[in-house]
Design a protein around this ligand. Structure first.
Ligand code: ACM
Length: 649
């Protein structure tokens, strides 16, 4: 065994290999000396990882040595908490020690390669050293270090009987892009301050550094604004409904409006600080002029439509007709009125306070999916068009966006909007968040606008990630492998204007925080790696291996995730003689699919799928399950034949 180990370590020693096939052996002389194998599985994949011989073991007394400990207090606290909670080891922090266990070093001489967020992590048999130019880099080094320990390190409680070992490595790592975001829609459904903190805790494990909070929409206004009390008295509350959002029956006038909530200004300050301590900026979004029904229900005078006095915050009933595509036709006017000066006074008050509460340099002002059909009929809008020489509705919206940008700038902030702000003429200083694919982002970057890429095709986490039969119904799908193909800096783009990328979690169909996590993970792994890691380092097979390692970590951390990669994918066709043909595939390799048509639950002694299935004449249900070897791994999926028939049409 010893000889074998020496041979293996000679081959691997100092070789700069990716984590792809790395297996770390137990130390020489380890009493049990069995081949306890530890796969290195860091997400996002580091720029460079060199596996060295040996293992580091956490001692009973862990001494963290940090020279500039004031600057590093967040990382020290975070690391100490994580170690103490799970391992029960005693952790102390010193500025100098003869034998520190973990050294955190801020470079006095800038290491240009690392930039603001990069780090070097050296794990040796008796010591760990993390160096960085800035505290954020140390924090990311800590995240990578924790991912080297056994998965149990993620636990929320003391875990006994584990050898707290990490493989020896030299890591050099830094991000591709500086804006690595997740958008969390807290407007469609309200999520508590504690849940937002949990969202932050989850995202920083994967080196995300920006939380985009979607704070206002038709279904709710979520932030206290002094002097505008109705926003939280009326705008934050709807009628509680359960089922499929968008298809709810319109609420009766007497139904209690008690569903929702808002963050007080003190809550916001607490969240901003909580995020900052974890190197996360919060980008506030106030979505206008569309998506504004909660504002209008609170202050109907901000609408162009007199009937707005009867409007209520949306409770998931139908308010838009999308049958003719985007922009939709509004059934109720959910827009602020660009021709009404009171709107700009209102936005000035809101933005004065929002700008003070959120230290981040940008404020996102929405601008997406604003329906224009009520404006088209409105005399105030017609008069505005004459006065300002505006010819089209997109030009009316562009007039609005420019005025809003001026307000944002007057508060010392930069203006950002969804890519619809490019229509009708955009100001040269506006930053663009590209969501309707990448093309608007590419166009905007080439026109020298700062751009954040968050295209539906790769980065919409509200889309279904498994077969519709297992998911709350959403109009589109995004599987993990597609999310992993996200390249936020595509060929031909003026790359210096791509300031970042993010994934978006809209929450129309998400009623609980457990479902939030299920929708975010594991797709956020794919997004994190697409934004952080060099494109040459991305490898789907290797990523799937690491993702499965992280499923164990999420289990210990009690974070919900989707196991959709283990589910079979159904494709239906009609043969030449009109027979229904059902093809079953899997998103990842190495799985076997077993099935039944007799309503019983299949296991691995049932027929194994090998080629397209035909439905027996009177069968009404296809049940399938995947196995890896002898272990069931996928969910049992029961698919009505009638459903497959519909899909084949
Ligand atoms: C969006 O998804 N409407 C920005």
């Amino acid at each position: 065994m010893k000889k074998l180990f020496l041979f293996i370590s000679c081959c691997f020693f100092a070789a700069n290999i990716s984590a792809q096939s790395i297996v770390a052996e137990t130390e020489i002389g380890d009493a049990e000396s069995e081949v306890a194998q530890t796969q290195i599985a860091i997400i996002p994949e580091p720029v460079s990882l060199v596996k060295k011989a040996g293992m580091f073991t956490l001692p009973e007394n862990v001494i963290i040595q940090a020279v500039k400990s004031v600057d590093l207090k967040q990382s020290i606290n975070y690391l100490s908490d994580r170690i103490t909670t799970t391992t029960g080891k005693f952790v102390s922090t010193v500025s100098n020690s003869a034998h520190p266990t973990i050294k955190l070093i801020l470079n006095t001489q800038e290491d240009a390669q690392l930039g603001k967020e990069g780090y070097k992590l050296n794990v040796n048999p008796t010591q760990v050293v993390i160096t960085a130019n800035q505290p954020a880099g140390i924090f990311y080094g800590v995240q990578s270090l924790l991912q080297l320990f056994p998965a149990e390190i993620e636990s929320k409680e003391l875990v006994k009987g584990i050898k707290w070992k990490a493989p020896c490595v030299d890591v050099i790592d830094y991000p591709k892009l500086g804006w690595r975001g997740l958008m969390f829609d807290v407007a469609r459904h309200f999520f508590t301050k504690q849940e937002v903190k949990q969202f932050i805790d989850d995202m920083v494990r994967y080196k995300f550094n920006l939380l985009h909070l979607h704070l206002a929409d038709d279904e709710g206004w979520r932030i206290e604004i002094k002097g505008l009390p109705k926003l939280i008295e009326i705008g934050a509350w709807s009628v509680k409904k359960t089922g499929t959002f968008g298809e709810f029956t319109p609420p009766a006038p007497d139904e209690p409006r008690t569903y929702g909530g808002f963050y007080t200004q003190e809550d916001i300050k607490e969240l901003v600080q909580y995020a900052q301590e974890r190197f996360v900026n919060i980008l506030p979004e106030i979505d206008v002029p569309g998506h504004s029904l909660a504002i209008i229900a609170s202050y109907p005078e901000l609408s162009c439509t007199p009937d707005a006095v009867n409007y209520k915050v949306r409770s998931g009933e139908k308010i838009m007709d999308w049958s003719r595509g985007a922009p939709p036709t509004a059934l109720v006017d959910n827009t602020l009125c660009p021709a009404n000066e009171k709107v700009y006074v209102f936005l000035d008050s809101v933005l004065t306070q929002v700008a003070k509460l959120f230290p981040f340099e940008y404020i996102h002002m929405g601008g997406d999916e604003a329906p224009h059909n009520f404006w088209e009929k409105n005399d105030q809008i017609k008069a505005l068009m004459v006065r300002e020489g505006l010819k089209t509705m997109p030009q009316v919206q562009a007039y609005f966006e420019k005025r809003v940008e001026q307000i944002v700038i007057s508060k010392g902030k930069k203006f950002m909007g969804w890519d619809e702000i490019l229509e009708g003429g955009v100001s040269p200083t506006a930053a663009v968040m590209s969501w309707r694919g990448m093309k608007y982002g590419i166009q905007a970057a080439n026109d020298k606008h700062n751009v954040v890429m968050s295209p539906t095709d790769f980065a919409y986490l509200d889309y279904m990630q498994a077969d519709a039969i297992t998911e709350p119904k959403v109009y589109a799908s995004l599987r993990l492998n597609k999310a992993y193909q996200f390249n936020p800096v595509p060929a031909g783009v003026n790359a210096q204007y791509i300031i970042g990328a993010q994934a978006n979690l809209w929450t129309e169909q998400i009623f609980t925080f457990r479902q939030v996590e299920y929708m975010v993970y594991p797709r956020a792994f794919a997004i994190a790696e697409s934004i952080w890691s060099p494109i040459e380092k991305k490898n789907w097979t290797n990523f799937v291996d690491r993702t499965q390692q992280h499923f164990k970590r999420l289990d210990f951390a009690e974070i919900k995730y989707s196991p959709a990669i283990y589910d079979p994918i159904f494709t239906v066709k009609r043969s030449a003689d009109k027979q229904l043909m059902i093809e079953l595939t899997t998103e990842i390799d190495g799985l076997d699919i077993y099935y039944s048509f007799d309503n019983s639950t299949p296991d691995r002694f049932y027929p194994k799928y090998t080629s397209a299935l035909q439905v027996p004449k009177d069968a009404s249900m296809l049940r399938v399950i995947t196995y890896r070897g002898k272990q069931p791994i996928g969910r049992l999926i029961s698919m009505p034949v009638a459903d497959l028939q519909k899909r084949a049409r």
